[in-house]
Design a binder for this molecule. Structure first.
Ligand SMILES: C[S@@+](CC[C@H](N)C(=O)[O-])C[C@H]1O[C@@H](n2cnc3c(N)ncnc32)[C@H](O)[C@@H]1O
Length: 530
């Protein structure tokens, strides 16, 4: 697995820091932040290349940077999409609509036609002149996705004559060509779907093969997945500098104009690296490291990856089948081939070992079971947890994913609507939310979307428990009620702060407004009670 890895180990940064103004030529990357209050500067390390660190203490929720993209385009694995607004397309009732260049669009009035971050006039005439749409097989719309793969790279290349400053910024981004060219699956796919398409099929020979491979690499390594409705990627002139950590200290959102806002999710100290998680946070160390190696082309050596317990979350731990009390942990988590053994050995266990390969096979088999679970199937999920209770640690990532789903679905699914839940089911939802929060406090702490959602989720069963106790006149003293209400207000208040950062129309944004309403209602309650 290590063959793609060029650099290893974190080293201290060296060289002089560059201020963000010096680097970005006074861009808008810290919009809303005073010139004399820049919160980050650029550093360079042998291992990570450029990365950013804070110049002062940054508080949770503070905006670190906010910027519009340089380039937006369909993701490499998108299906048929509108070239202007990226809406997914199907043959639908109205059939397929084509732009003047012959490419498919959602409608003649698509808001993304002839706009800088959609289908520009320049792109339209290039695609028309090259007769690029002639090759479309509209009988098979998924094939259109292959043509769309070349659009984001083309948009980067068009900056060469249209916006040289941004073209230079893009070409100076990390592309890892030296590693990627040895991965035939990546390089050959790009050669066929992007390089040959742009140069041979569309006749744009002014762009060299190496230039096209470079923009492919830049997009793979640096782009952000954005947009709510479809698979869209964007390149940003400053945000790409943020380095990776499996326990990040920022979160990000993008709005309807693809403006990206990076906020601190927890306190960041002066000089500390500003980080985000490039990998899916709810995966085990093995899976995250594999993802980063295969998609971002480096080996993660962060604290979470280096610790066999994943900072006490036991996200990858199995229960020892020999002694039943010990945990099977990876001996050297930052080595893909490392074996696994019982942590009770030698004192309380005769010993149990597993090879990396056996662990991989076991987890793949259990993952397939998780994937088969219907997303509404609360009983199926509970049965899964019960089936593996003596195999997987209670917060193993496969259990944990199921628990996160359950923490949200109890109260929302037919037959399990919140007012239909009996006392045990309410208690179960509260228990799951608390467990989910306990683990996210370790792996994604602070002001993060999932913590906000879970804090919102926990308030409803707690409120219902309280009202049931009042109406049933089960003994509840005034002081106990006050304590319960205080706890609910604490959850809702943090949910409100976190979720109000989300776009108002998004489900999370709407939860934020609902949290505000719920807080007002509790205030009324308190008045009545008083
Ligand atoms: C989005 S770019 C970040 C900017 C890049 N360092 C540069 O100088 O242009 C991602 C690349 O930065 C490097 N990188 C980021 N975080 C890293 C980390 N935690 N450890 C090692 N390399 C890292 C890797 O080369 C990765 O592919």
């Amino acid at each position: 697995m290590g063959r793609r890895h060029k650099k290893s180990g974190h080293k201290k940064s060296k060289g002089r820091p560059q201020s963000s103004t010096e680097y970005s030529d006074g861009g808008d990357e810290q919009e809303g932040i005073q010139e004399n209050d820049k919160v980050f500067e650029i550093q360079i390390s042998d291992i990570m290349g450029r990365f950013i660190t804070s110049t002062r203490k940054i508080l949770p929720g503070e905006v670190i940077l906010s910027e519009l993209p340089i380039v937006v385009g369909p993701c490499a694995d998108c299906g048929a999409q509108c070239l202007g607004c990226y809406k997914s397309l199907d043959n639908g009732e109205s059939g397929l609509v084509r732009c003047e260049c012959g490419w498919l669009i959602c409608s003649k009035t698509c808001p993304g036609i002839y706009t800088p971050l959609g289908h520009t006039q320049m792109e339209c005439s290039i695609l028309r002149n090259s007769e690029s749409a002639k090759a479309f097989n509209t009988e098979n719309l998924s094939e259109i996705g292959l043509h769309l793969q070349a659009i984001a790279p083309l948009r980067c290349l068009l900056l060469k004559s249209g916006d040289t400053k941004n073209f230079e910024i893009i070409m100076a981004m990390e592309h890892h060509n030296d590693i990627r060219k040895n991965i035939s699956q990546i390089w050959n796919t790009n050669q066929i779907n992007v390089v040959n398409r742009i140069r041979s099929n569309w006749g744009l020979t002014e762009y060299s093969e190496s230039e096209i491979h470079t923009v492919c690499g830049v997009l793979e390594v640096n782009s952000f997945e954005i947009g709510r409705r479809s698979k869209v990627r964007g390149l940003y002139r400053t945000a790409f500098l943020i380095s990776h950590d499996c326990v990040p200290n920022t979160n990000h959102v993008d709005d309807e104009n693809y403006k990206l806002t990076i906020r601190a999710s927890k306190e960041i100290y002066p000089g500390q690296a500003i980080t985000l998680n490039y990998a899916p946070t709810m995966q085990s160390t093995l899976k995250r490291r594999e993802y980063i190696l295969n998609n971002k082309f480096f080996e993660c050596l962060c604290e979470r990856c280096s610790d066999p317990t994943e900072l006490g979350s036991y996200f990858s731990a199995l229960i020892c089948p020999k002694c039943q009390t010990g945990l099977i942990l990876c001996e050297k988590p930052i080595c893909f081939e490392s074996s696994w053994s019982c942590n009770n050995f030698p004192k309380r266990c005769v010993g149990y070992n597993m090879s990396a390969r056996s662990m991989e096979l076991l987890l793949n088999r259990i993952s397939q079971e998780v994937e088969k679970l219907g997303c509404n199937d609360i009983e199926g999920m509970e049965a899964f947890l019960d089936r593996y209770k003596n195999v997987l640690h209670e917060t193993h990532y496969l259990n944990f994913g199921v628990k996160v789903s359950l923490s949200q679905f109890y109260g929302k699914i037919d037959g399990f609507l919140i007012h239909e839940l009996d006392d045990n089911a309410l208690e179960r939802k509260i228990y799951l939310c608390k467990e989910v929060l306990r683990i996210f406090d370790v792996i994604e702490p602070g002001y993060t979307r999932i913590r906000g959602v879970t804090q919102y989720e926990i308030h409803a069963p707690m409120m219902i428990q309280l009202t049931r106790r009042l109406t049933k006149k089960s003994a509840i003293s005034k002081s106990e009620m006050k304590i319960k209400l205080k706890e609910i207000v604490k959850y809702l208040s943090e949910a409100k702060i976190i979720l109000e950062q989300e776009p108002a129309e998004s489900p999370e944004g709407q939860m934020g407004s609902a949290a505000t309403q719920a807080l007002l209602q509790i205030k009324d309650w308190e008045k009545i009670d008083a």
